[in-house]
Design a protein around this ligand. Structure first.
Ligand code: G
Ligand code: G
Ligand code: NA
Ligand code: MN
Length: 249
């Protein structure tokens, strides 16, 4: 397929970019970090969102090299910031099949000089669909280095909750689908339960997809102070970050 051929040359042609979206502590109106979000600047198609090419990258195995690029780029970028904020990087379950993943992380850390405690890895529930000791051991290896691990899109996967008791995540990210319509009592109930669950398990909690002041107010009232969404900022290209960091610090 045409897209697969283009994806194979995208890395060498330097066509990937990372955009950055802040995490906000709404209690203190302070930015606590940024999530790196991958984009493909295709020579003809323009900016392609990850939903359109990450699945293909996963099927073809290209995600491994693309993942290394993301890690290295995000760590280098964050090491250059004038502030010690967190940088959060998404990882596909397919990347965990590589025997080199932990070494890749080590290399990104050493080449950038980034303090490992500033690096956060975002995984999704799909990582835990099959029980794998290997995945737990990779996550433990990350932990030993000082990284933090967050559970992304919580509540949308199909795995059991058992993995929450086997691995201590640092943070749960409440999926934006629950935040979108908080006028539905069902969604409030879900959000409230996840906040309670995170507290009981001693994990932080962040709500994704905040687009309005009203959503922010409801979440603060429910006790979730860390947030991310267009209401605060859209994902921005790296070139706009220094100005944004200067504005908010
Ligand atoms: O930025 P956007 O909302 O289009 O992202 C859509 C999806 O792509 C999200 O689920 C996000 O987790 C995923 N994604 C974004 N960047 C990366 C990345 O660097 N690696 C992987 N594996 N997935 C990413
Ligand atoms: O799966 P993950 O949570 O990593 O995906 C995040 C995706 O959500 C990114 O593609 C990002 O662009 C998008 N996003 C971030 N904030 C908002 C928001 O407030 N509203 C909507 N609709 N999408 C958002
Ligand atoms: Na994410
Ligand atoms: Mn998410």
């Amino acid at each position: 397929r045409e897209m697969e051929r283009d994806l194979r040359t995208a890395l060498e042609n330097n066509e990937f970019e990372l955009f950055y979206q802040p995490f906000v502590d709404a209690g203190q109106s302070a930015v606590s970090g940024f999530e790196a979000l991958l984009r493909w600047r295709h020579p003809e198609k323009g900016l392609v969102p990850p939903g359109l090419f990450v699945p293909l990258a996963e099927q073809t195995g290209l995600i491994e090299a693309i993942g290394v690029w993301c890690l290295e780029t995000a760590c280098l970028e964050a090491a250059s910031w004038s502030s010690d904020m967190t940088i959060s990087v998404n990882m596909s379950p397919v990347q965990f099949k590589s025997t080199r993943l932990v070494a890749d992380v080590d290399r990104a850390l050493s080449m950038s000089g980034l303090d490992p405690r500033r690096l956060q890895i975002e995984v999704t529930e799909s990582l835990f669909i099959d029980e794998s000791e290997n995945i737990l051991s990779i996550l433990q290896d990350f932990r030993k280095r000082g990284l933090t691990i967050s559970m992304d899109d919580f509540g949308t996967g199909y795995s059991s909750l058992g993995y929450l008791s086997r691995f201590p995540f640092d943070k749960i990210k409440i999926d934006q689908s629950f935040v979108r319509d908080l006028s539905r009592p069902e969604n409030i109930a879900i959000v409230r339960s996840v906040i309670g669950l995170s507290r009981a398990l001693d994990m932080k909690v962040l709500a994704e997809g905040i687009e309005t002041r009203e959503q922010m107010d409801i979440l603060i009232r429910e006790g979730c102070l860390e947030m991310q969404g267009y209401y605060f900022a859209r994902p921005l290209p790296a070139s706009e970050l220094p100005r944004m960091i200067a504005d908010i610090t």
